[in-house]
Design a protein around this ligand. Structure first.
Ligand code: 4AD
Ligand code: MG
Length: 506
């Protein structure tokens, strides 16, 4: 019976046929050990010459990494193996022998891997990330559907900007300029007035000519929009939503989280309430004028920098010591291998530490000089979120730094009722949202201020002319959430084929 690796535990003692690809292979006398992957998981397969017969065993010996095969054998429980089982093979069928596979089990540089993304996706770590992404997508739909939101698809060709004109991709729509959607929000607002509560889940485009670890040119955004919701209700929904999605990943993806080495204790922090912090208070915290549970942003950074520098010295010393030892004769083969691997690891740690040693002074400078009224930059968000274990919600922003549709506080019109959710562990913004402006004249004023073409927004203004109600919503960047949940250093690994400044292939 043909089955997949993920179901093997149900077949202990029985016989199954697996189809997949060879990821690792080692030989011992009369036995080939193959680690097979089939997309659902990996399993060690034991191919003994005695059992397989000479002809098949010859084929087994010549297999290469990524060759595709079909194996039939008995499933045996073995707690030492991944998944707790192993396959004792009685028949091997070769489907296709792979040529020299470029993505080997050695370390490769990032550009090399990005150029081979179509193959890199087969590696164990990418497998785990893509499965977690899938679980997150399912959990998002599940949450909104359980809560009676209607899913809607917003258009991708749009006639107007939503999030500022500087990041629009222009295309040609039958001779007229059209833009790839920066956000489905405005259409979401229209649908919320028709359906009550809606969410979009679609591709989003931003022409940002910056190479950062957070920016993609094409990403997926989830945008709920709710009639009769104010900012507080919006924030409560955000909290329940994120808790539910992360909770589902923790429950359904223990293997995947283990493969990528995610510290799940840290991730569980989303189960706590999220601090709600006004923008003004966030600025004071950032500048070290106010502490968070005894933690001071500036002092923490200064202390971190000292630790990083001390550790750099330690690591450099250890590398030098081990390299000296390696250069001397008389070391046993095993010891050489051990020391070489150790030096390799230390060098990787050193590169990371050196990056931190370069970054922290820049962050410090930016935090110290931050001016009340400005928008946070990526590094400010990093500094702020390093002080917290759970995501934080920063609300009440200076209206000047926020989009035209953001509702201004009627009591104190300096502030717009926006909220940004900043993920901890240095991740920064994963959600932007807020309450929407309902006063028609204020909205018109803002459209003019932002120099947006009024004609293109007439339909949007109709939503205020005909039965305007308080309403709110937010936008979650899927890839930013995947990066945070998986604790990835860059969003390029969160999507199968990333599109970013400087990359459109493969
Ligand atoms: O903060 P943004 O620009 O907000 C909006 O687009 C609103 N219309 C959302 C709403 O209220 N309905 O984008 C929302 C989120 C960000 O918090 C971030 O997670 C993600 O979208 N995002 C990006 N992700 C990857 N690459 C980029 N270039 C991104 N730009 C925004
Ligand atoms: Mg934003």
């Amino acid at each position: 019976m043909i089955d997949t690796i993920q179901h093997l535990r149900q077949h202990i003692g029985g016989e199954v046929t697996l189809q997949g690809w060879v990821t690792h292979q080692r030989s011992s006398k009369g036995i080939e050990f193959i680690v097979l992957r089939d997309g659902s998981g990996i399993v060690q397969c034991v191919l003994a010459e005695e059992k397989l017969g000479e002809a098949s065993f010859e084929v087994a010996k010549r297999l290469t990494q990524e060759s595709s095969i079909r194996l039939t054998g008995q499933v045996v429980a073995d707690d030492r193996q991944v998944g707790g089982v192993e396959l004792q093979v009685s028949a091997l069928e070769l489907i296709s022998i792979a040529q020299d596979y470029p993505v080997t089990n050695k370390e490769h540089g990032i550009d090399f891997l990005m150029d081979r993304r179509h193959l890199w996706l087969r590696s164990r770590r990418q497998w785990a990330i893509m499965r977690i992404r899938n679980t997150i997508i399912q959990a998002i739909h599940g949450f909104f559907q359980r809560n009676e939101f209607v899913q809607m698809d917003a258009p991708i060709f749009t006639s107007n900007a939503c999030e500022g004109t500087s990041t629009l991709f222009e295309t040609d729509f039958y001779g007229e300029p059209a833009y790839l959607s920066q956000s489905g929000q405005l259409y979401g607002e229209a649908m919320a007035m028709a359906m009550g509560k809606i969410y979009t889940f679609g591709p989003t485009f931003r022409a940002e000519k910056s190479k950062t670890r957070r920016h993609l040119s094409e990403f997926w955004m989830i945008e709920p929009e709710m009639a009769f919701y104010n900012l507080d209700m919006n924030m409560t929904l955000i909290e329940e939503f994120l808790r539910s999605v992360v909770g589902e990943v923790l429950e359904k993806c223990p293997t995947e989280l283990e493969v990528i080495g995610r510290d799940t204790e840290k991730l569980r922090a989303v189960l706590q309430p999220f601090p709600r912090i006004t923008y003004e208070r966030a600025v004071r915290i950032l500048k070290g004028e106010e502490e968070v549970e005894g933690r001071n942003a500036i002092k923490t950074l200064e202390a971190d920098l000292e630790l990083v520098i001390a550790r750099i010295n330690e690591v450099q010393q250890e590398i030098a010591d081990r390299e000296l030892k390696l250069s001397q004769p008389g070391m046993k083969k095993g010891e050489i291998g051990f020391n070489q691997a150790k030096v390799q690891k230390l060098k990787e740690e050193l590169a990371e530490l050196e990056e931190q040693a370069r970054n922290i002074p820049i962050w410090l400078e930016s935090a110290r000089n931050f001016r009340m009224g400005n928008d946070f930059g990526g590094s400010d968000e990093t500094v702020l979120t390093r002080l917290f274990d759970s995501p934080i919600m920063v609300y009440n922003w200076p209206h000047e730094v926020k989009a035209f549709y953001m509702k201004r506080d009627e009591q104190d019109p300096r502030w717009a009722k926006g909220v940004d959710v900043l993920a901890p562990e240095g991740y920064g913004e994963i959600i932007g949202g807020g309450e929407r402006e309902t006063q028609l004249d204020w909205l018109i004023e803002k459209i003019n201020e932002h120099q947006l073409p009024m004609e293109a927004f007439e339909w949007y203004l109709d939503l205020r002319r005909y039965g305007s109600v308080p309403h709110s919503g937010f936008g979650l960047g899927l890839e930013r959430l995947v990066a945070y949940i998986c604790k990835l250093p860059h969003v390029r690994e969160t999507i199968p084929f990333p599109r970013l400044y400087g990359r459109i292939a493969p």
